[in-house]
Design a protein around this ligand. Structure first.
Ligand code: B3K
Ligand code: ZN
Length: 857
């Protein structure tokens, strides 16, 4: 397989300043004619051959300056066209078959409409083109199609002309004045309705906004539209970024590989990140809509106006844009809760990646299939890296850095190095050592040991770091780490101010004076660096911080560490009684604490996920961890029964609204049920059933059903059937119905998944449905790590069956099996065996091949 390397980058020999595209649309057959103006790139080595990427295409017509092209050839699926001069006009026609495009890359059909997905390399499935992000062109798109089948015709930019023809067809022409790479091209044609609104930018531009959905879905678009307007305003206020077209369209599509796509002026979304109303979407779904709408909108500057030179620079747009969407969501809701949620995602998704066979730096050095690099590392760790720059610079200086970046590179295809340099110059930082965060993979392990000298009142912190070896990077250099700490006085419960330690070496010490008594160390406050921190805190210290830390993340973290200690210890030597009692007391205090809101309380009551514990226990027995976790839940549910039922009762009186108090009430309700269910099944089942039946919103209904679905009670089947019947015509809710059953902590969960795979609502063609069933099962350690190895077999079967249909989505299941090194030897061998079985398949996509080969190493 061909490996592409970052250091092999060469600028393109030919540029394409303009492209005109004409589409004759049809679900079965779409004809595309493109006219490219091409000219030699003065900044590249001269090459008289124009290299055009293609994927599954044939050139039905090929002209150069109006005459049939001569001497052209195919090299694999790419087209090589010799050109005599410096500038030419090249015309190419291709024929596409959208109805059979199950990969959902390029032009495809979804529910009778036509839409595109081009990032990263989908445009080459539409037209022969230098399909690389450093070739920027002005696009004019003319499309025509049947008025009845495709009443709405959309593309990038603004509509510049339209008309009707006698034969029942109509046409529209869209022009995008902003030069863009081919991955940002988009087209949508279909029977759609819009929620419309408007936004006036800070410079006075009046922008028409529309959210396009299938008829019948328009009532569920209000939140998406509000999120869009909030994003536009927020980006002006916080980053000084203004929108730059007269039109901004969003289209929701039900068959989509990812969450959404930031095509210039025409964002295309997975329906799950657009459609939301209280009856069908949970509070978490509302947040996801807001976050993804914001994310795609923010790409208009961080991604579109400044794009990537090559795909190794992906984190340039993705890491930065994730940081921007995180900051936006924090400003729209609770900053403290948002930070905890983001760290939880990082630990559950990115830490395992960073310590496994697929580990890569946020700026990878090589790839075989770029689709495999849309990872938690590039996205979420990428965001953490830029967040550290912001922490070091402070918000004002950081803004100066981002202003300089946008100003310097507007209209360009830039690199991560360009971003770092702009931050150095604009924010006044020295980032020479910091660049290691772009080069080295692996989560640094940082150990902080504290000593206190009673005589001098001095406290010494000895900080040691070690970056673990990762594939291709056996030896690492020490990283620069901004570590926020505070030293608490045990008596008063206060500290003398937060400090940021700038760690730069493998080992160094920091000394502070004025401590008559040994203080309590609070470290990595706010999760100031994406590291694994080890301290020698006693249980008493952690209990103290869980109760008194003024940094809400640190408070959460102290509780999580207590949980983690207990759960990891319990698998070897059973429960530690004093520690369990301390945890129960701390949890009780969390329930009683009137100074924190319910949103935060719900967060603090959550036990760490098994998939995070597996990381720490490696090699882990996942079922033993699960059992320890259930035992701790049962213990806490029993010890805190009175307080948890009172909490559930109190929260149940709060009326539905989207404000924080009401959302918080719903969050603690479900958390209380989860703990109570482990202690008293029958009584909790009654409570959950009552919550389900009384629910006037999806959060309560889904929360109750998820708890019920883990219990062996007669009402379980009845409620699941009720849920299905009630929402039979709502695909997104039926996804939830699949997911709730696949996430159940029950011994028959794998039987259920097998039955569900044969259900009439199941289809391999819809990625949301496949993920609802199988991604949920793979993430349910109780199911996936079943001692029989059946969960592993089912995922391998899925990968083999899905690969010919949709390789990109199939490849996303491989990393679950690739975590075999973290698991105890008997299961690890079975996981490997399934990887080998996939690897032995006669034909595999590049996507799956790369992931499987690397995972076996
Ligand atoms: N940029 C898109 C990613 C699409 C990748 C498809 N292989 C979504 C986003 O990050 O906004
Ligand atoms: Zn993105």
């Amino acid at each position: 397989p061909d490996t592409i390397r970052r250091l092999d980058y060469q600028p393109p020999a030919w540029l394409v300043p303009d492209i005109a595209l004409e589409f004759d649309l049809g679900i079965e057959l779409t004809k595309v004619r493109a006219t490219l103006t091409v000219r030699q790139n003065p900044d590249a080595a001269r090459d008289q051959t124009l290299h055009l990427c293609g994927d599954n295409l044939a050139a039905m017509d090929l002209l150069v300056d109006g005459n049939p092209a001569e001497g052209w050839s195919m090299s694999g699926s790419n087209l090589l066209l010799p050109l005599p001069g410096d500038a030419h006009e090249v015309t190419i026609e291709t024929h596409l078959h959208p109805a059979t495009n199950s990969q959902l890359m390029g032009l495809y059909a979804s529910n009778g409409m036509l839409c595109t997905q081009c990032e990263a390399e989908g445009f080459r499935r539409i037209m022969f083109f230098p399909d690389r992000p450093d070739v920027l062109s002005r696009y004019t798109v003319r499309m025509k199609g049947d008025r009845g089948a495709f009443p709405i015709l959309l593309s990038n930019g603004d509509m510049t002309a339209s008309g009707e023809d006698e034969d029942g067809t109509h046409w529209a022409e869209w022009t995008d004045p902003w030069p863009k790479p081919s991955y940002l091209f988009a087209l949508v044609a279909g029977d759609l309705v819009a929620r419309r609104d408007g936004f006036t930018t800070m410079g006075g531009r009046k922008v028409d906004l529309a959210v396009w959905v299938r008829p019948g879905d328009e009532d569920r678009t209000e939140h998406a539209m509000r999120s869009l307007i909030n994003s536009m305003k927020w980006d002006e206020e916080v980053f000084g970024r203004e929108y730059d077209l007269d039109t901004f369209n969003i289209v929701a599509v039900s068959d989509f590989n990812m969450g959404a796509m930031e095509n210039k002026g025409l964002n295309i979304f997975n329906t799950r990140y657009i459609l939301a109303d209280p009856d069908t979407a949970t509070d978490g779904d509302f947040d996801a809509v807001e976050g993804v709408v914001g994310h795609e909108y923010f790409h208009n500057w961080s991604g579109n106006r400044v794009t990537c030179r090559d795909w190794f620079q992906l984190s340039l747009k993705e890491g930065f844009t994730v940081l921007r969407d995180q900051m936006f969501s924090a400003d729209m809701g609770s900053e403290a809760v948002k930070r905890i949620e983001d760290v939880r995602i990082l630990r559950a998704a990115q830490f395992p990646e960073d310590s496994g066979p697929l580990a890569h730096p946020i700026r990878p050095d090589s790839y075989q299939e770029i689709s495999n690099f849309y990872t938690a590392t590039v996205y979420n760790k990428g965001a953490e890296v830029i967040r550290m720059m912001r922490t070091m610079a402070g918000p004002e200086k950081f803004r100066q850095g981002s202003d300089l970046y946008f100003q310097r590179h507007d209209g360009e295809a830039a690199t991560c190095e360009d971003f770092v340099k702009a931050m150095e110059d604009g924010a006044g930082l020295d980032l020479s050592q910091f660049r290691l965060w772009y080069e080295q993979a692996g989560t640094p392990r940082v150990n902080v040991a504290m000593t206190h000298d009673a005589g001098s009142g001095k406290v010494t912190l000895e900080v040691k770091q070690q970056v673990p070896a990762t594939p291709g990077q056996p030896v690492k250099k020490p990283m620069p780490i901004p570590l926020k700490i505070a030293l608490f006085d045990r008596g008063t419960g206060t500290h003398d101010g937060e400090r940021t330690l700038q760690i730069t070496k493998a080992s160094e010490t920091f000394t502070f004076g004025g401590f008559a008594q040994p203080p309590v160390l609070s470290a990595n406050r706010g999760f100031s660096a994406p590291i694994q921190l080890e301290t020698e805190a006693s249980d008493a210290d952690l209990t103290f911080l869980a109760a008194s830390d003024d940094d809400s993340f640190a408070r959460y973290e102290a509780l999580q560490q207590l949980f983690t200690r207990e759960l990891l210890g319990a698998t070897d030597s059973g429960p530690n009684e004093p520690r369990r009692a301390a945890i129960a007391e701390a949890m009780g205090a969390v329930i009683d604490d009137t100074a924190i809101d319910d949103m935060m309380r719900g967060e603090l009551l959550m036990l760490p996920a098994i998939n995070f514990l597996i990381e720490l226990a490696a090699p882990a027995d996942p079922v033993a961890l699960h059992e320890a976790r259930e035992r701790l839940k049962a213990y806490l549910g029993t010890r805190l029964r009175g307080r948890l039922t009172a909490l559930h009762d109190r929260a149940s009186t709060v009326a539905y609204s989207l404000d924080a108090a009401s959302r918080g009430a719903r969050k603690v309700k479900t958390q209380a049920l989860i703990l109570l269910a482990a202690a008293d099944r029958a009584e909790t089942a009654r409570r959950a059933e009552a919550q389900y039946r009384a629910a006037d919103n999806m959060t309560d209904r889904q929360g109750a059903l998820a708890v019920m679905s883990g219990l062996d009670v007669p009402a379980r089947g009845e409620l699941l059937a009720d849920f299905h019947a009630r929402y039979a015509d709502n695909a997104l809710v039926i996804d939830k119905w699949f997911a709730i059953q696949a996430s159940a902590l029950r011994s028959d969960v794998l039987d259920a998944v097998e039955t569900l795979a044969g259900h009439e609502d199941f289809t391999m063609k819809n990625p949301n449905r496949v993920r609802a069933l199988y991604m949920t099962m793979a993430g349910n350690p109780f199911a996936f790590h079943d001692a029989s190895g059946r969960g592993y077999r089912m995922i391998a079967d899925l990968v083999l069956k899905l690969d010919p249909i949709n390789p990109q989505t199939a490849a996303r299941f491989v990393p679950w099996l690739g975590r075999w090194r973290k698991i105890e030897p008997v299961r690890a061998a079975m996981m490997r065996e399934q990887l080998s079985r996939i690897a032995a398949a006669r034909s595999l996509s590049k996507d799956v091949r790369e992931q499987v080969t690397k995972s076996l190493d």
